[in-house]
Design a protein around this ligand. Structure first.
Ligand SMILES: [Zn+2]
Length: 71
């Protein structure tokens, strides 16, 4: 199962949660302040070209599959 990163819009707390694909669109509540106002961050998926970062690619990324490196 993929691990997603979330960030609380209310208090700024960032946390990770392992969720199944069927639950991937459900935003968990913040463990710090119990707010439901959380947003999912890009974590397990390739973020090349999204964040503007470069130089962080691995052999998996170059091959088109980024599931193993987290980039
Ligand atoms: Zn919070």
């Amino acid at each position: 199962m993929p691990i997603y990163e979330y960030r609380c819009d209310k208090c700024g707390y960032e946390f990770e949660k392992r969720v199944s694909f069927s639950q991937s669109e459900i935003l968990p509540e913040c463990p710090a302040c119990k707010s439901g106002e959380t947003e999912k961050k890009i974590s397990m998926f390739c973020a090349h070209g999204v964040t503007g970062g470069s130089g962080s690619s691995c052999s998996g990324c170059e091959g088109g599959s980024c599931a193993s490196c987290g980039h």
